[in-house]
Design a protein around this ligand. Structure first.
Ligand code: SF4
Length: 423
């Protein structure tokens, strides 16, 4: 239901400071047009325009503003398997996938086969292949291999322009960060690119805007534009830990805020695939609170069969529609058949059984099925109608908060100007 009042928020926390991070060729421009126009026009293509592929969830740094620094919220660590990666690219290249970012919650240069992944995606016709990195592992050998593989864009997360600003922010687990190393690596990549006469990768340097570096935005921009960057950007700090929402809203108040002008663009643009094949809808769901599915990996067949066998020995009481409503009709029939064969006297928790069925059902999903599935349709419908607060992960999303702050600022409203759902 298109809503004339709705404003599509294109990443409200990202601000380009200098340079250019776009390309000029027709294929690139056509894909960017799809990226920008699909959310506003409510166009849901057969396959997402873009996939964020988490090659690893591990990181070699422990920066205090990142959830990687919090022991209790760190993700399970792992590296994506090659067969899952190629399956994603193979499916996508047949169905309109235009760009990939080989990073989500970890540091992609920890993956030994990152260069092979870049090369595979480029050979399959992906128009833009990129990743974010802290650049600490970007030595000359990796830089050369990435240029040779055809990497289109590299986004270096560097939160300062001097050792004094940078080193206390981008820290290793047991020692301060190393600004000189990162500077050397970025300059080295730029020099190598020029020596090889290559037009790629485009180098963007960016920082998270924090009290520690806020005063230096202009100096930072000037410094990096003279030291390797083609473009410089800043990102607003996101509220991973519920420390702040706005100047005057508490977390609980913000979670109940109705924000009718807001429609997030991501459910029309992209999907995120975690290293282990789990799929999540956006960059705002770091903790995978709204699971959309689990991609099936061929040589996990044995594990899936064991899971099936295990489920068949468990309680059958869980036949509530709650489980079935999020699955496509064909999967529902399979679940019903399975449930019919289960022993109804099992004492195990219904929630556990329900999760197991969910995994079982969704294990066979493809990206195309997840993208057109009922869960995402419900999310899109809520956002189109200005009801993003009805999706719990969106209600507590820091990007929604950022959009709220920016909207009020632009319209001269007080910081807490919003309707709230009654507690
Ligand atoms: S949680 Fe919702 S509002 Fe936040 S990025 Fe995801 S879809 Fe957008």
């Amino acid at each position: 239901m298109p809503n004339d009042e709705t404003t599509v928020m294109i990443n409200p926390s990202f601000h380009l400071q200098a340079g250019c991070h776009e390309r000029d060729d027709p294929a690139y421009k056509a894909y960017r047009a799809r990226w920008h126009k699909n959310p506003a026009n409510n166009v849901v293509e057969r396959f997402p325009v873009h996939l964020d592929i988490e090659t690893t969830s591990a990181c070699n740094l422990r920066c205090p503003m990142c959830f990687q620094a919090q022991a209790d919220t760190r993700p399970d660590y792992g590296f994506m398997r090659w067969d899952l990666f190629t399956r994603l690219i193979d499916e996508g290249s047949e169905k309109g996938l235009a760009s990939i970012k080989l990073q989500y919650r970890g540091e992609p240069l920890l993956s030994d086969n990152l260069e092979e992944m870049v090369a595979y995606a480029k050979q399959k016709g992906v128009i833009e292949v990129m990743f974010n990195t802290n650049a600490t592992l970007l030595d000359s050998k990796r830089a050369r291999a990435l240029i040779d593989a055809g990497l289109d864009k590299i986004i270096c997360s560097v939160d300062g322009h001097t050792p004094e600003v940078y080193n206390p922010i981008r820290v290793f687990p047991k020692r301060p960060g190393d600004f000189d190393l990162v500077l050397r690596n970025i300059q080295g990549l730029r020099r190598l690119r020029e020596e090889l006469g290559s037009a790629h990768p485009l180098i963007r340097v960016q920082m998270v805007d924090m009290p520690e570096n806020h005063a230096y935005v202009q100096e930072y921009t000037d410094f990096w534009m003279q030291n390797g960057a083609d473009a410089v950007a800043i990102e607003e700090k996101l509220d991973y830990f519920g420390e702040f929402v706005s100047l005057s809203l508490s977390r609980a108040e913000a979670d109940r805020a109705i924000y009718p002008e807001f429609q997030c663009e991501q459910p029309w643009q992209r999907l995120f695939v975690l290293w282990n094949g789990k799929v999540t809808m956006c960059c705002g769901d770091h903790y995978h609170r709204l699971p959309l599915g689990q991609l099936f990996m061929p040589d996990e067949q044995e594990e899936l069969t064991a899971q099936l066998a295990h489920a068949r020995t468990r309680g059958a009481a869980e036949t509530r529609d709650g489980l079935l409503e999020v699955t496509p009709a064909t999967r529902m029939r399979e679940v019903r058949k399975l449930v019919g064969r289960l022993d109804s006297h099992d004492e195990l928790s219904l929630v556990g059984v329900r999760d197991e069925y969910d995994n079982l059902v969704q294990a066979r999903a493809t990206i195309e099925e997840i993208w057109s599935g009922e869960t995402l349709q419900r999310v899109r419908h809520a956002h189109r109608g200005g009801r993003s607060h009805e999706i719990s992960v969106c209600a507590s999303c820091s990007l929604r908060d950022a959009a709220h702050r920016n909207y009020n600022k632009q319209n001269g409203n007080p910081d807490d100007a919003t309707q709230k759902v009654p507690a």
